[in-house]
Design a protein around this ligand. Structure first.
Ligand SMILES: [Zn+2]
Length: 341
């Protein structure tokens, strides 16, 4: 069964418009419904404590330790730290959710593989974390982009909350999480949203997937880094957009080519799923408004030549993930408290 948000409304009496890292603040035992979401990334593990009303009460971040044992220990560390900081006994938590960048079976809590975080063989992560935490805390595991799209829907500034939304991650690779008709779309082989491996450029750059010209070779953080390496340790996307803004003609061309590729991914998502919003996330989204402007400008350019595309109002559908809310961790916390089955 696909994951459905009961009632189609992901527990949004309160928007998580603000994130507080209230480390050390005791708010006392809360009502039933506290949960922790943990977003496991290639370099960091970011956890959020979600209150019953859907607000983020605190966050905790530690470096990723690769491999099953390291990941379990990292999740346990984050959960214990957040609970202790807020004076919550672990058994006050309605659940813990974990978003993992890999192939996950949410029914069993098993991670089949997640090579970026050192899991190469099937591993019953939910069971291992539950055992490490003790106190009978339910633990659920979900693919990280599925968690992120739930978090994005939860935090989006729109009423009513969009029921059709894509979270487009522009990170090392490119992929999307899909919420369609209020339901997570995982797909028959859990490959729904793998738009990074659709062909954008016939006979283009070779991709690790074995094809050529994949979206990911042009719209990812890795592609951008290759096209415009950072000279000083700043993130390459920031350097590129700053250089372009300063009038460097080569940087402007690289930026526009990148925006063209991201716009291609947006067009794919809208034309296949007619999502109401495409939320740009992942490391490249740290560029912020200049990225959004560049992508919207490219979409506007394309729609100027196509009454069909113009009628779909593509540019209006693109938004940035909120900077002050860890959408992956928030979505994992929604998973953790059993709102997604
Ligand atoms: Zn590919």
């Amino acid at each position: 069964m696909d994951a459905t948000i009961p009632g189609g409304n992901p527990v949004v009496p309160t928007r998580t418009g603000t994130t507080s890292t209230t480390t050390g603040t005791r708010v006392g035992p809360g009502p039933a419904g506290w949960s922790v979401g943990v977003d496991v990334g290639g370099t960091k593990v970011l956890a959020a404590l979600l209150a019953a009303d859907g607000a983020v009460a605190g966050t905790h971040r530690i470096p990723t330790v690769r491999g099953p044992d390291g990941l379990v220990a990292a999740v346990r560390t984050c959960v214990r730290a957040l609970a202790a900081d807020h004076g919550l006994p672990l058994d006050a938590l309605s659940g813990v959710g974990v978003g993992v960048p890999g192939v996950v079976d949410p029914a069993t809590g098993s991670v089949e593989h997640a090579v970026n975080v050192g899991v190469e063989h099937p591993f019953r992560m939910a069971d291992a974390i539950a055992a490490a935490l003790g106190d009978g805390v339910p633990v659920r595991v979900e693919n990280d982009l599925n968690a992120a799209v739930l978090g994005a829907a939860h935090t989006v500034d729109a009423v009513p909350t969009p029921r059709d939304l894509a979270f487009l991650a522009l990170g090392t690779g490119v992929a999307a999480g899909l919420l369609l008709d209020g339901t997570l779309r995982r797909g028959a082989r859990r490959a729904a949203g793998e738009v990074g491996h659709l062909t954008l450029v016939p006979d283009g750059l070779p991709c690790a997937c074995g094809q050529r010209g994949c979206v990911e070779q042009y719209a990812s953080g890795r592609a951008l880094q290759a096209a415009w390496p950072s000279p000083d340790g700043r993130p390459a996307p920031l350097v590129l957009f700053a250089d372009a803004a300063a009038g460097d003609a080569r940087a402007m061309a690289v930026r526009d080519r990148f925006a063209w590729a991201v716009a291609g991914a947006v067009r794919i998502l809208v034309l296949t799923c007619d999502v109401d919003r495409v939320v740009l996330g992942g490391g490249v989204s740290g560029v912020g408004e200049p990225l959004l402007e560049a992508v919207r400008a490219e979409l506007a350019r394309e729609t100027a030549a196509s009454p069909f595309l113009a009628s779909l109002r593509l540019a209006e559908r693109v938004h940035l993930a909120p900077r002050d809310v860890p959408v992956g961790a928030v979505g994992a916390a929604l998973v953790g408290r059993g709102e997604v089955v």
